[in-house]
Design a protein around this ligand. Sequence first.
Ligand SMILES: [Cu+2]
Length: 198
Amino acid sequence: MRSHSLRRVHFRLALLLAVAVLSSSPMVWSADAGQPAHDGPGHRMIWDASGMVMGENQGDELPRGCAQISGDVEITVHVGRRYAPAGYVLGYSQYEWRVPKCSRLHVTLINEDQVRHMWMLHGLPKYLYHEGMFHLEVEGERRMTGTFIVPSDDRTYFVHCDIAQHTEKGLIAQLKVGRGDGDLPGVPGISKPLFRER
Ligand SMILES: [Cu+2]
């Protein structure tokens, strides 16, 4: 990867991390359990005893540039200590997913730990997804499924768990739409670590 594009990716990642931290408001937890909230475009949130889905989009609104949904893709992700790659404490069962442009993704997150984990994807269009995010969150040993539609350009999206220290401990992954636009830094097994071990 050329150095200027690496810097660009680093900058984008730093920006995404900042946005992720700033947008982690405890307010979301005040939503009524089991009541899908519809607070305008891209702010669809479903919350139940197992966890929550934010950015749910079954196809009622398509990303600009998508004339139609190109197809359905099922993604199942396990998360937990037992999936940690060498040198890490936590892990996803997979660190990269490749999907066609304009596809509808049905993502299931299966949490195999007792603590809370997320599959939080950043960088989606903000006119469609609140804060540009699609976000699955599961408390304890449960699972959660959510659906969203990816845009029409070749791009690599940043996926992580936003719980304190979980990104650094190994929960950082990437979703490539179309050909993607390179690898993000810090993805276990794909790129160099972002954080030094302590
Ligand atoms: Cu986590």
